[in-house]
Each structure stands twice: as C-alpha cells, then as structure tokens.
Design a protein around this ligand. Structure first.
Ligand code: SF4
Length: 99
C-alpha cells in the first residue's frame, strides 16, 4: 500500500493534526486480539503513550488517564529521564501540537 493510499484509508487531518480514523466497532483499525497489529511501525503517539508531554507535565491529567488506561501504574519502574526523553521525542515529532 502506498503512503497516499494509507492516508486516504486510515487518516484524517485537522488543522494541526493527522489522526487515525476510528472504526465503528473497535478503537483502532489495527487493534488485534494479541494487541497492536502494526507494532513495529505504529505511530509515535502510540509508541510513546502514556509519556505524552501533556500527561507527563500534569499530575491531574496523568491521574485522569490512569482511570481508563489499565497499563498505567503496572510493570517495571520507568526512570524519569527516560520518561522526559520520550516526552521530548513527542514534542519534536509534533512541534505544532506543542508550540
Ligand atoms: S498502538 Fe496505536 S496503531 Fe496500534 S492498535 Fe493501538 S491505537 Fe492502533
């Protein structure tokens, strides 16, 4: 599939963002029983979640997200430097979002 065909099928644009279309019966076209069906190539925001700048920088937003994300607070401890680096990668990837 070409990049243009992929975008026509799975992406929509807003003024500042490109977003994956959400299908009617599931949360994502690429969600499979075993997890993400495009794991090696998934978008930056998926790979970095939940370490988005707006969550890392706001304890309130973090707590609100943790109410629906079953992975937050589980697994090994992540060092703050790693979290900050991932948040910075998100800023670099989406400068218009974080200007
Ligand atoms: S990680 Fe992203 S691309 Fe993969 S299934 Fe979840 S929302 Fe979809």
């Amino acid at each position: 599939m070409t990049a243009a065909a992929f975008e026509r099928t799975y992406v929509y644009r807003t003024r500042n963002r490109m977003r994956l279309r959400v299908p009617r019966r599931t949360h994502c076209h690429f969600l499979r029983d075993g997890g993400c069906g495009i794991h090696p190539a998934k978008p930056t925001q998926c790979r970095i979640f939940p370490f988005w700048p707006e969550l890392v920088d706001s304890p309130r937003a973090w707590a609100r997200t943790a109410r629906y994300c079953p992975g937050i607070g589980k697994g090994p401890l992540i060092q703050i430097k790693s979290v900050q680096a991932q948040a910075e990668e998100m800023r670099q990837e989406h400068p218009k979002l974080y200007a």
